[in-house]
Design a protein around this ligand. Sequence first.
Ligand code: SF4
Length: 251
Amino acid sequence: MCTGIVFDIKEFAIQDGPGIRTTVFLKGCPLRCPWCHNPEGLSPEPETLHGAAGDRIVGKRFTAEELATYLNRQVPLLVRNGGGITFSGGEPLRQAEFVVAVCRQLLPVHILLDTSGYSSAADFHRVLAVVHHVYFDLKLMDPEAHRRVVGVELAPILANLAQLAASDLPYTVRIPLVPGLTDTAANLERIADHLACLPRLPVVHLLPYNRAAGGKYTACGRTFRPDWDEDQAVTPDLNLFSSRHLEAILV
Ligand code: SF4
């Protein structure tokens, strides 16, 4: 029986793709972005959060059938509102088999994958076959900085991005803007250069820095240590993208 661990299900989400959506947050992520605003999604196992209102467990195991049955009850409403279901995390590709099994049991509905792109090419290929749109994050384009800051190699991410661009799936590249880290002109220019060479150009979403990122760390026993200036305004130069025929939106 195929099972997976979910740490949240957000209903009536309006920022996780087109229309009104239900977003499923899958637990476990191999990256360690120091700005991550879902630290309770990092560990693949259920864990106890120690909040002001007391302790609670985050992370619930579902069978694929259980989760699909739960989501299917919402599908008519989501379809009527031009929305659908988004798989996010954590990193949903870490539970690729589960995501595929759930998607295969869903009623007809728009499905979006929100991913860091970090997985084997085979897992990415399997998930691409069952979704309709991909939000694909890019953070740092210098391989050494990528390894040092987020803790994994950049190469498999770029290989999966190439696989996505060679498919016919709509996709959006999303860049979290972290002051002095990912928002530098040099990093954004390198990203734009890379995207401009892909066989299909994506739309680019630039995501403003989320100052609430540190809020949940204490509750899950982690420490939030930003070594950037959280007060520094992020002012990306959109011309870096438009001059390369890329549509970039500050969302
Ligand atoms: S990829 Fe996303 S979930 Fe994973 S550590 Fe980075 S911000 Fe957090």
